[in-house]
Structure formats: C-alpha cells, structure tokens
Design a protein around this ligand. Structure first.
Ligand code: FPP
Ligand code: MG
Length: 330
C-alpha cells in the first residue's frame, strides 16, 4: 500500500456527514500517534510479526487519509523507538526492511507526494540506522522539503529522552563555544533545539492497544496535548475510533486552551525576569525605571540575536547530515 491514496477510498456520505459535524467544532491542527499493538494483532490473527507490522503501515496510510479529509495538516507517528533496537535481530531486521521498502516506494511515487503536497520529516537519531536506509530517508526528506500543504513527521530511531539529551548537549556546546550565555538557556530555547522545532506541539496524542503510557514519545511536546488511549490494537483502529478521539479532543478543548494560555504567559514572564536579572548583574546597581527598561530591551534584542545565530548553526548542522549522506553515496 502507498503512503498516500491515489484517489479517495471507501468514503461514503455517512463519513462526509460525520466530518461536517466534527468540523463544526475545533479540529486539532497536529495529531501524534503511538501505533501500538501490531504484534498482538499478528498473534490474534495467527500471522507472522512481519505481516502484523505491514498491516500497521497500511493503517497508517488509511489514517493519513482520514486526517487530510478532516483538515488535520500535521501528523507525527512513532514508527521505531531506539528501544526497539533491543528486540530480536529478526524483528529489528524486519522493521528496518519494512521501512526500506516503504521509503523506496515513496520515492517511486514522487508524483503522489507532490500531488498531496506533503512534507516528510524523519525525526530521531538517524546515525543509528544502516547507511542504505539513511540514504532513502535523506532522499525522501529532500524530495518533499518544499511541500507545504501537510506535514508527516516519522519518528524513527527516536526516544524523547535521547532527543532532550541531544538538545542539552548542543546547548552546552553553544555555551562552551561562546555562542550562548548560560543565562540564554530557557525552556523556550531548549524547545527550539528539539527535533520537532519546525512544528507546533501536538494538540491530540492517540495511543492504541490499551496501554496507557507515553513510552518515551514526545514527552516534552505533549505537556498540553489531549491524550486519547484507545483500547484496540493499531491495525484494528477504525475511522470510528478516529472520530471518537476527535470528539474527545473537542470535549477537552476549552480546559486545555486555558492551561496553554497561562503557561505561555508564565514563559514570557520568566524570560523578562531573566533578562532583567542579567541587566542588573551587568550594571551592578539599581536603576531608575526608564533606564532599566531601555537596557532590558537592548539586552533582550542582543540575546535574541545570539540565540538566532546559534539556532541557525544547529539547523545547518542537521541539514548537513542529509547532504553528507547524499554526498557519500555519489
Ligand atoms: C508497535 O507495535 C509498533 C511498532 C514498534 C512499529 C510501528 C511501525 C509501523 C506501523 C510501520 C511504520 C513504518 C514506516 C516506514 C512509517 P508492537 O510491535 O509494540 O506490538 P505489540 O504492542 O503488540 O507488542
Ligand atoms: Mg507495543
């Protein structure tokens, strides 16, 4: 099965009506999915594991179509955790082979991805992947990078703790190299160093299979997401489960918005307070209100410039990874 449908599949007037009803409420802009339960599904249906994972991929393709129909423009999926490397060699090989086949298929169907204008990001510690898979991933990312209608983030060789520790290491290096001051490090800056820095946080996170854990997936980014734990195995996830998850999001929408808003205000306040303290430290005495405001504004402007330069540097280092992979092949 392709990643994206060539034409609409099995969409009836009932689906259109449900979509219209749901669209009268808030629709998440970004959803994240932990596609759990492929092996249990395989066991239940007496299939081998590889087939269970293949069914899992088919369900992903179906779900992407439901998302596009509902106007959800960004989807992030947990396709392979760093922890998954600890599974048997046979299963790891099978999951990597599935990824090879699907990324190769994506490249064969260039027109489809351009037609749907989907930009694909692959997020994770990609250096852990075999070289040939890195090349396929790099080609898929490069091929789709200018598409803007929708975004699919595939988390591969990913865990949140690895993502956060990588970000912290990069910040520490920035300070060591003199690009950043220690006081520039803030929640906001750390967030911009995560692999997901091009995306807003997910509004809704769905996990199938009845497990009620996040399993090291988007721990930072899901602080204000509505969580939907669905009691079916991923290949059994139906459009009705999908609609129910959207309704669950809509029911919790107001409460989450107000928590998000108060967090945003807190973050801004913390930053202003930090800039003020840095100015006081530099000047070494108390200042009258007007002078203080001017100095704090100037300090904030300089800090922003430092931070922007640092972030550009990280970004080009990440882009370089894909260019290097492509170059080494030729
Ligand atoms: C979790 O079920 C699923 C995975 C570890 C793999 C998910 C991968 C896909 C659905 C294919 C995606 C591929 C690409 C290229 C995007 P599990 O294996 O933990 O099953 P269990 O919970 O029943 O043990
Ligand atoms: Mg599992």
């Amino acid at each position: 099965m392709s990643w994206f449908p060539e034409r609409q599949t099995n969409r009836t007037w009932v689906h259109r009506m449900c979509e219209r009803v749901l669209k009268s409420g808030p629709i998440p802009k970004h959803i994240a999915i932990i596609m759990d339960g492929n092996r249990r599904f395989a066991k239940k249906k007496s299939m081998d594991r590889a087939e269970g994972h293949l069914k899992g991929f088919d369900k992903l393709a179906e779900t992407l179509e439901w998302c596009l129909n509902l106007g959800i423009r960004e989807v992030t999926v947990y396709a392979f955790s760093i922890e998954n490397f600890k599974r048997s060699k046979e299963e790891v090989d099978c999951l990597l082979e599935l990824a090879r086949q699907k990324f190769a298929r994506l490249l064969e169907e260039k027109e489809l991805i351009q037609k749907h204008e989907v930009c694909i990001h692959v997020l994770g510690n990609l250096s852990l992947l075999p070289r040939d898979l890195q090349e396929l991933v790099a080609d898929a990312v490069n091929l789709s990078k200018h598409n803007t209608r929708a975004v699919l983030n595939v988390c591969f060789a990913y865990t949140s703790r690895d993502e956060i520790s990588t970000a912290i290491r990069e910040l520490a290096e920035g300070v060591q190299m003199g690009m950043l001051k220690e006081s520039d490090i803030s929640e906001e800056l750390l967030e911009k160093c995560l692999y997901t820095n091009k995306s807003a946080d997910p509004d809704l996170l769905i996990r199938t299979s009845g497990e009620v854990r996040l399993s090291d997936f988007l721990l930072w980014q899901s602080s204000f997401s509505v969580l939907a734990f669905v009691k079916v195995l991923w290949p059994e996830f139906s459009i009705w489960h999908f609609y129910a998850a959207i309704l669950h999001y809509q029911k919790n929408y107001d409460a989450i918005q107000s928590v998000k808003q108060s967090n945003r205000m807190n973050v801004d306040h913390q930053q202003r307070e930090s800039d003020y303290q840095c100015v006081l430290k530099e000047v070494g005495k108390t200042l009258d209100h007007t002078n203080c405001q001017i100095l704090v504004q100037q300090y904030a402007k300089d800090r922003q410039e430092r931070v922007n330069k640092f972030l550009e540097c990280i970004e080009s280092k990440r882009d370089q990874f894909f260019d290097d992979v492509a170059k080494k092949r030729s």
